[in-house]
Write a protein that binds this ligand. Structure first.
Ligand code: CUA
Length: 341
């Protein structure tokens, strides 16, 4: 939206943009209405109750229950509307649909590194297809950054050591600003880039133009093999570590009675700091992989582990397998799922 050549509002280029704007306009309208009301009443009362003679004494004002209830209830209702509406938009942003295509971003001083599921990598530039829900899973390898695409109305802080997800769906082909929206050091203002939204055919053509030898999952599988993860995490009973098959998204029983959700952050912690969360029934023998794996490799490895399918229904009760795993000497733990999916 441009007024007199001055861009007042960024493009609306995602499915969420209109909804964010509607909420913004609602809050703006409420603010304008009450500002005008208060300013107007102030002026009105200045005039109405001005002092008319030197010795005039004001009349005593008693409370008004109805008035007090009104000025508590009306703002409460308006605030609750804004809250519920805002929460709904926030959940839509932060909970991408299950079938969304996964992209990954790693922020660092001072650049954004992206990876597509097909394996394509980009720096400070992100190509996305329009009309397809996308889940951006992001982290930082040093300090706090913030992924901000105004045209999509998407902004998400990224902190080192954790993963953050936002969902969006680009709706309009074009080239849009990408900013870092969190002061992150001397190069913060240069930590910008662009998001290129392409129609499905253009996107496929773009992808094919730079298609790497390996998909992201393939890269992850190679790292899985190179670090010999399978030597302890084979998907069979009696291995030293818990199986990773179908682990992602499940609740894991930990030592000491706690449970943890096996999400990206959990997998990451279990790789870098295995002692933090040890799976119940397994001794804490897994070594740390801190320093042996880069942030981007971690993302690939986790992408691979996430996609490991749950084992086809195994005959026999899962409890028997867990018992078998416990009986075997030494069972390592990435702090991952139980002995079975
Ligand atoms: Cu990264 Cu500011």
């Amino acid at each position: 939206m441009t007024h007199f050549g001055f861009p007042l509002f960024p493009d609306r280029a995602s499915s969420l943009a209109g909804r964010v704007d509607a909420l913004f306009y609602f809050d703006l309208a409420v603010s304008i209405f009450f500002s005008a009301l208060i300013a107007g009443l102030l002026i009105f009362f200045f005039v109405k109750y001005r002092r008319r003679s030197q010795d005039e004494v004001g009349s005593r004002v008693e409370g008004s229950l109805a008035l007090e209830i009104a000025w508590i209830a009306v703002p409460l209702v308006i605030a609750m509307i804004a809250f519920a509406w805002g929460a709904e938009v926030f959940f839509e942003l932060s909970r991408p649909p299950a079938g969304a295509t996964e992209y990954y971003a790693v922020g660092k001083q001072w650049m954004w590194k992206f990876q597509h599921p097909e394996g394509n990598r980009e720096i400070d530039e992100l190509h996305v297809p329009i009309g397809r829900p996308i889940r951006m899973t992001m982290t930082s390898e040093d300090v706090i950054h913030s992924f901000f695409v105004p045209a999509f109305r998407v902004k998400q802080d990224v902190l080192p050591g954790r993963y953050f997800s936002v969902g969006f769906e680009a709706t309009k082909p074009g080239v849009y600003h990408l900013f870092c929206a969190e002061y992150c050091g001397a190069g913060h203002s240069r930590m910008t880039g662009r998001v290129v939204a392409l129609g499905p055919h253009d996107y496929e053509a773009w992808l094919a133009g730079g298609l790497p030898a390996q998909s992201m999952r393939g890269e992850g599988e190679e790292i899985f093999a190179a670090l010999a993860c399978a030597s302890c995490h084979r998907d069979e009973p009696g291995t030293r570590g818990p199986s990773l098959a179908g682990l992602f998204g499940r609740r894991v029983q930990l030592q000491g009675g706690r449970t943890a959700l096996a999400d990206e952050t959990y997998l990451r912690e279990s790789i870098l700091n295995p002692a933090a969360k040890v799976v119940s029934g397994y001794p804490a023998i897994m070594p740390t992989y801190q320093g042996q794996i880069h942030e981007e490799e971690l993302v690939e490895l986790i992408h691979y582990i996430k996609a490991l399918p749950a084992r086809a229904a195994v005959p026999g009760p899962p409890a028997a397998e867990r018992a078998a795993a416990r009986l075997s000497p030494g069972a390592g733990a990435t702090g991952s799922g139980g002995a079975n999916p």
